[in-house]
Design a protein around this ligand. Sequence first.
Ligand code: NDP
Length: 405
Amino acid sequence: MNKVLIIGAGGVGRVVAHKCAQLPDTFSEITLASRTLRKCEHIARDVRAKTGREIHTATVDADHVGELVALMRDIQPRLVINVALPYQDLTIMDACLEAGAHYLDTANYEPPDVARFEYKWQWAYHERFEQAGLMALLGSGFDPGVTNVFCAHLAKHHFRALEYVDILDCNGGDHGLPFATNFNPEINIREITQPGRYWERGRWVETRPMEFHHTFDFEQVGPRRMYLLYHEELESLTRHLPGVKRMRFWMTFGESYLKHLEVIHNLGLDAIEPIEFQGHKIVPLKFLKALLPDPASLGPKTRGKTNIGVIARGPDKDGRPACRYINNICDHQAAYRETGAQAVSYTTGVPAMIGAKLMLDGAWMRPGVWNMEQFDPDPFMAALDQFGLPWRCRATDIDIDALPA
Ligand code: NDP
């Protein structure tokens, strides 16, 4: 019996629930829990309609270890899939240790009161998980997640060393709304408005937000301007891939999106320090989130494709200079037809299911706290093809620094 508990009934939770339900041999019993029961029940109804499977639902406030432990003792899951928010990572890890369940997430811990995400808090759990004979798999989404596995694949099959690595994340989808984020707005805006950062010759180089940009012609999307950002997989990949000389992360944004962000920032609506408002304390960014469209509602509206991948340079297995590009293209409407969610949720939820499957099947089961690139990429890459995220890897001569701004 492989009972799983999925925590978080947002866009990603919806995809994870659908994909797990499609594999009854691996995920024999599924419970979806979130703060709002209604959202879980809605997803459970859709899963039943699409797959014929019943999934259980429950309410939990994942900020409270006691509530989580009580739920886990009741359900007895072998694995907990955390697709709530990064703020809940540590409470859910604590509860897994107490109740004896394996753990998986798609985003690293972020303290609610500081806009700063880092792995150090979760890596500090390694020995406790190892001693308990439990495993925690960190960042099993697309980026982080698939991008880490793409790097592991390139390192295993194509390069002696990955020396120059660029991760390119393009969402070419259009939802027709003036401003909306494709995943949780609070997390998204916190991520984008921070200074940029990249790794070069053994140290971090900090940039102003959106300081560096190039226009890249993304296959099946077209030319898009992409901006250098700091992104969490850079921290684990620069630690686990020997010989990396430079690693950067790029994400595309439209002019209108950036203009909205600028106005939001100038008005102070992205602030995370509470302010006094009519006798109440409110966090401006949380207030803004309440005004913005729920990412889960974008599914039917979004058209176009995502194109996310890695370009790497370095000596190939024979020591000759080489450059390769590996990527996946995902169609928003196809994702919606299958799961009721757009491609940003889909490209996160499918890898979460695959990571969970590899843990439960034993292919990736190892006590301790691990990042994706620390495992054999082959079964994960095969599963991407099988479960809806096909990829392509080829030689290229693209030089990002030579592209127009
Ligand atoms: P949503 O905001 O759509 O969903 C988050 C869900 O978590 C909501 O249903 C919310 O429940 C629930 N939740 C929040 N706080 C709590 C709590 N204290 N207790 C229980 N449930 C809670 O976000 P997404 O689905 O878009 O994203 C989910 C996760 O995936 C995020 O951590 C995000 O950072 C990550 N992500 C990772 C990506 C990757 O490629 N690695 C890409 C995109 C997202 P309720 O509504 O009931 O309050």
